[in-house]
Design a protein around this ligand. Structure first.
Ligand SMILES: [Zn+2]
Length: 216
């Protein structure tokens, strides 16, 4: 289990939030330079971790928007996929520290740590764009675009898990799963991710760790 007692991890998480919310600030289609700076930062950080990064680019209001992904192939069931996501855009007039630089920071570090593991299922870490208004639940919403592409490929997505607002002091840090698209088609095992809230990192990462390593 990861805890705040890991000073290197805590420092890395803090650095990501400071860059995204402090140096870059409001980042959305209405602030395209900042949106692109955030996307570049995410891609660059994952590259530092040695992750192979892919992008799903699309145009919205003349602005290139991108979902950014790192995938780690499962070692037992490579065709079964878990999507771990966090949105990196912000609402307007907000630096988006908790919502959602915090979730992106966690996603960046989780993807890096997964490189050293052998998960049972394929894990895709995806930084989504355009999850805030006015795109929320509309056609240009990043996770909606992603889900449509996944459906065309007939991807077998078992779970969609969203990291959002993970530093809020008003409520415990959670793994929230409210990707509407993933919730509809992802849960092959019959459980609903929509209603679950769990302490961050613990259960999901432990399951990933338990994949091949647990069966060796
Ligand atoms: Zn949000």
């Amino acid at each position: 289990m990861l805890t705040a007692h890991d000073p290197d991890l805590a420092a890395a998480l803090e650095r990501h939030v400071k860059v995204l919310a402090g140096d870059i600030g409001e980042r959305n289609v209405f602030q395209p330079d900042a949106l692109h700076a955030a996307a570049d930062y995410i891609e660059q950080q994952w590259s530092v971790h040695g992750c192979a990064v892919t992008r799903q680019d699309y145009q919205v209001r003349g602005v290139t928007c991108a979902n950014i992904e790192v995938a780690l192939a499962g070692c037992v069931q490579v065709d079964e996929i878990i999507v771990l996501g966090a949105h990196y855009d912000t609402v307007r007039n907000s630096p988006g520290a908790d919502d959602n630089a915090s979730g992106v920071a966690a996603l960046l570090e989780i993807a890096g740590m997964l490189q050293a593991l052998s998960p049972r299922y394929t894990v895709r870490c995806v930084a989504f764009v355009n999850e805030e208004a006015p795109f929320f639940f509309r056609g240009d919403m990043g996770s909606l675009r992603y889900a449509r592409a996944a459906r065309l490929r007939a991807d077998r997505i078992r779970k969609g898990i969203r990291l959002c607002c993970v530093t809020s002091i008003q409520r415990p840090a959670t793994l929230s799963a409210s990707f509407p698209i993933f919730a509809r088609r992802a849960d092959c095992d019959g459980s609903s991710t929509r209603s679950r809230r769990r302490p961050i990192f613990r259960s999901k990462l432990r399951r990933c760790r338990g994949g091949c390593q647990g069966s060796r």
